[in-house]
Ligand binder design. Sequence first.
Ligand code: SAM
Length: 357
Amino acid sequence: MIKTIKEGSARLYVPNVNKPEQGRREGFYNPAMTKNRDISVACLAVLFKVSKKRAKNRMRICDALTATGVRAIRYKKEVGGEVWACDVNENAIKLARKNAYLNKTKINFVNKDANAFLSENGFDFVDIDPYGSPVGFIAAAGHSLGRKGYLAVTATDTAALNGVYPRVAERRYGIRSVRCFYSKELGTRILITSIIRILMQQDKAFQPLLCFQDRHYIRIFGSVLRGAKKCDVLLDKMKYIVADKDSWEIREHPSEKSIGPIYIDTIQKKNFCMSVLKELKKRNLTGQNIVRLAAEELQEPFYYDTHFLSKKYKKPLVSLSKIIDTLSKRHKVSRTVFCPTAIKTDAGLEKILAAME
Ligand SMILES: C[S@@+](CC[C@H](N)C(=O)[O-])C[C@H]1O[C@@H](n2cnc3c(N)ncnc32)[C@H](O)[C@@H]1O
């Protein structure tokens, strides 16, 4: 059974099911991912504006795991370019074609394995939005992006990345995850490190532009640029972390208790995030709070969760704004996109605890 819904500028036929998983055979649609797609539309709009191929509407965009075609249709209608959509599921492609027709949009559909398709075709922007881990699609996306391009990646295996299943993370991403109060950022950086490493094998440097976790997924946008030297620069930004349940320490060299190496440099590019926020506002789309927090986030690795500190050190639960006010007199401090009760600061633990009095 099929029903009609509206998302962004698109009208869509989607499976009429109680839970998104029940519609996998016909064409998976998850309304909880609307915010992910809204932010993606705004990101693509920003990148489209600076693309040299914009004038001729020739920017090549690939929604590599399209399901109902919702992303591809929204990219085409709300941004532009030459949009391709791929899915291995024949039923999904049939439904996606109907959806493109319903929206009077021209999309190029392909019923194929995404890795095979990406390996044979070049794009400027590739979106990888799979079930679970994206890691198996990154190499093919890298080949597809040529000398320069942009990559958008979703991971829904957050239990592995955020430290619930450390061994699974070690298997899939090459780094053991840790369950700790800053695990959402640690998990995101493990995923980023894995993307960087895979693309480095092709002498391509991945630079994150905007990264966040929402609900049960991680979303990462970044640029991919060919160049061995650029990759070497990234190698220098990888360090070892002694990651405990309630503290972290960044080290140059490995030790028995350390994990890594993990990318510890900038993960939010302020100018890019500000431009995305502007697009979201202009288009009245969701996700503005996430992107604002990312834009304002201090580029220090890892955050302090004040609720965790309050419990551990028996401190009162002081409001975040008050702690930020106190610390900002002498230190750099910000909220973080990863946790609503946490701050990032260069002040150090003692001063944070003092600000919680
Ligand atoms: C999470 S859904 C995609 C959701 C969609 N991007 C959206 O925003 O609604 C994942 C899709 O990937 C497809 N898929 C899984 N493995 C694939 C592969 N190797 N190649 C192409 N498509 C694949 C599935 O059929 C499914 O439709």
